[in-house]
Write a protein of this length. Structure first.
Length: 186
């Protein structure tokens, strides 16, 4: 599993040096642009356009860009596309990313399995200790609380005087003045 995970992760990059991948992506983009009408784009414009594509595809593996370009040329894209015009840099990048979804899902599954905590069944001694603790718990609570089984200890309730005492110190004169003004207006 770890070998498969390493292979999948390695396939998602172009390696240590990105320059060969950029050159290969530029070739793919130029071939894709050549397959669609450009309506007289000058050489400088074509170079600038190719640079935009390469920048949009910088983080994506070259093999996936090639496959996405082939799907555009064949009219069998994974994402909706009309086929009337050459795909834009964001469309080519989105199509490339979409093709990587299955790989990312497999990586996530492998990581989940490899990071899983193995199940270790509890021993009979551990099971008995838990059962003994459960059996002893109600008895210890009964002794500590001094209540009978099935009853809860009484909850202390404040007296009326304790509830009203903080209210006596409140200054409500501004409320009374506001109420008096409303009575005069009415």
């Amino acid at each position: 599993m770890t070998d498969r995970l390493a292979a999948l992760r390695a396939g998602l990059s172009d390696g240590e040096d990105p320059r060969p991948g950029q050159v290969a992506k530029r070739d793919v983009v130029l071939a894709l642009l050549a397959a669609f009408p450009t309506f007289g784009v000058a050489a400088d414009g074509a170079r600038a356009t190719a640079n935009l594509y390469v920048r949009a595809l910088a983080e994506l593996p070259t093999w996936a860009v090639r496959e996405a370009a082939a799907r555009f040329l064949g009219g069998k894209t994974l994402l909706p596309w009309t086929g009337e015009r050459c795909p834009t840099p964001p469309q080519l990048a989105a199509e490339t990313r979409r093709s990587l979804d299955e790989i990312h899902a497999e990586i996530a599954g492998l990581v989940e399995v490899l990071n899983a905590v193995p199940y270790r069944p509890i021993s009979d001694a551990e099971r008995q200790k838990v059962l003994d603790d459960i059996a002893a718990a109600p008895n210890s609570l009964l002794i500590a609380g001094g209540t009978e089984r099935g009853t809860s200890p009484p909850i202390p309730r404040p007296s009326d005087a304790e509830i009203v005492a903080p209210l006596r110190t409140l200054d409500v004169s501004h409320l009374m003045a506001s109420l008096d003004r409303k009575r005069v207006l009415a």
